[in-house]
Design a protein around this ligand. Structure first.
Ligand code: PHE
Length: 462
């Protein structure tokens, strides 16, 4: 262990860094894609239920383990449960984090390319053929260009992470997150005024429960875990840098609310736009990359300058959101290798970046040269996406809540959650926990583990 670990300096920094991790392509690319292919409002309702009943308790649990264990995800479990096999949950997290970062960087690389092309006036506004499906397909299938952008994106992630927790991650998030929110709100304002926007709103808010199959429910659970970055020790690692005054429950609630708000807002950007242009909402991963440039084109045909600003802002927003998330995934493995093998941050981060570059290249190539390579019928990209969001993250979350709910001492957990001594003037000593805290403990001990198990069984038995 290096003698001193990094720290987040301010409370706002803590929330912003965690929210920066949670808010990303998961909200703006994956959420509309999943919602679009899972039928709309009914998916949204189940998703919301899972965010607050399952993913929130996992987030609080990760915060508790991280701040108590004060170490990377493997060593935190080792310290809190020595001579047991719980550290395996930590390894699953490191592995899951590497897998998420690998396929996530591929979508980020596409975003980087669209950002550059839009800014340089090579995309949209009559500067491209207008056949965005073909453009997207030929780009993702080409062997070298996506890899170049992948390299650039991973390099950017690497540089921020290598600078370390205080100076790198926190300052970056403090600056980016508020900017992101402003851009999103402006974009929603634009989108809602498009002709036919109300159809998009119906799709988003009027549920059709006949669409709720077990696999849609599993997808909603996967999306809830993915979007909140929980189940693989990402927020556990961040929480190991929190100081003892950070209010864990309030921070977790803040992150969940912010993340959910951004997901819904990005639905409000995308679906009115999609319906306004008469495009199918179940276009899959291309929804953002194929349909939106076309939407922007037709929408801003007579307002090229507004169109340029709107489109550039959108991709820039997506890119920044991706970066604040990718640094948090990178940090899981970086913290682990640095602390385990006593490496400097630069060396540790380089090892992680190199590994992700290789895995990310495999994911990227699965859209082209390696499209024939299939494992369980899926290419690398889809395999990594499904394995992490639908299996590793929920199962990790199950283990994490069981650990906090049943294995850790409740006095320790309750103290971390702010019970006892936080309001010394009010005689908190010896009092029973309040209703809110008791409810949270029920979520951690019962609702989250049983909920995850039921969704899996439901899928298995269907
Ligand atoms: N939550 C991030 C997003 O919505 C993705 C992520 C997953 C980040 C896992 C960290 C860990 O984009």
């Amino acid at each position: 262990m290096p003698p001193s670990r990094g720290r987040f300096a301010t409370r706002a920094g803590v929330i912003l860094a965690s929210a920066g991790s949670a808010i990303g392509l998961g909200n703006i690319w994956r959420f509309p894609t999943e919602l679009g292919s899972c039928g709309g409002a009914a998916f949204l309702l189940v998703y919301l239920l899972f965010v607050f009943a399952l993913a929130l308790p996992v987030m609080v649990s990760e915060f508790v383990i991280g701040r108590t264990g004060k170490a990377n995800t493997v060593d935190a479990f080792r310290r809190l449960a020595p001579r047991t096999a719980w550290f395996v949950v930590g390894y699953t997290g490191v592995l899951g984090g590497l897998m998420v970062l690998s396929f996530y960087s591929v979508v980020s690389a596409w975003t980087l390319r669209y950002t550059c092309d839009t800014l340089l006036l090579r995309l949209g506004l009559g500067h491209s053929t207008g056949d965005y499906a073909a453009l997207f397909q030929s780009f993702v299938a080409s062997p070298f260009r996506p890899l170049l952008y992948l390299l650039l994106f991973l390099l950017a992630t690497h540089l921020i992470v290598a600078r370390g927790v205080g100076p790198g991650i926190e300052r970056f998030s403090r600056f980016m997150m508020p900017m992101l929110l402003v851009i999103i709100v402006v974009l929603v304002g634009y989108s809602l005024t498009m002709p036919g926007a109300s159809e998009g709103l119906h799709f988003l808010f009027r549920p059709d429960f006949s669409r709720l199959t077990p696999s849609v429910v599993l997808s909603a659970m996967g999306q809830a875990f993915f979007s909140l970055s929980v189940g693989i020790g990402c927020l556990l690692t961040y929480a190991s840098y929190f100081d003892s005054r950070v209010p864990l429950v309030r921070s977790a609630m803040g992150v969940c609310l912010l993340d959910t708000m951004v997901a819904i807002l990005s639905g409000l950007i995308i679906f009115p736009a999609v319906f306004s242009a008469g495009i199918r909402p179940d276009a899959g991963p291309g929804l953002v990359f194929i349909t939106l440039p076309r939407v922007f084109d037709s929408l801003f045909a007579s307002l090229p300058l507004v169109g340029y600003v709107f489109t550039s802002l959108f991709y820039l927003l997506l890119l920044l959101a991706a970066l604040t998330s990718s640094i948090s995934m990178h940090e899981i493995a970086t913290a682990f290798v640095c602390e385990r093998f006593s490496l400097t941050r630069r060396v540790g981060a380089s090892a992680v970046t190199l590994l992700c570059l290789v895995l990310g290249a495999a994911c990227s190539l699965s859209f082209g040269e390696w499209s024939g390579v299939r494992i369980f019928g899926l290419g690398f990209f889809d395999l990594f996406d499904h394995l992490t969001a639908k299996f590793i993250m929920p199962l990790g979350g199950l283990a994490i809540t069981v650990f906090v709910g049943w294995r850790m001492k409740s006095a320790v957990v309750l103290r971390q959650l702010g019970f006892k001594g936080r309001t010394p003037g009010h005689g908190a000593q010896g009092r029973a926990p309040g209703l809110g805290l008791r409810l949270l403990m029920i979520l951690i001990r019962w609702v989250a583990p049983i909920g995850v198990a039921v969704v899996f069984l439901n899928q298995l038995l269907s």
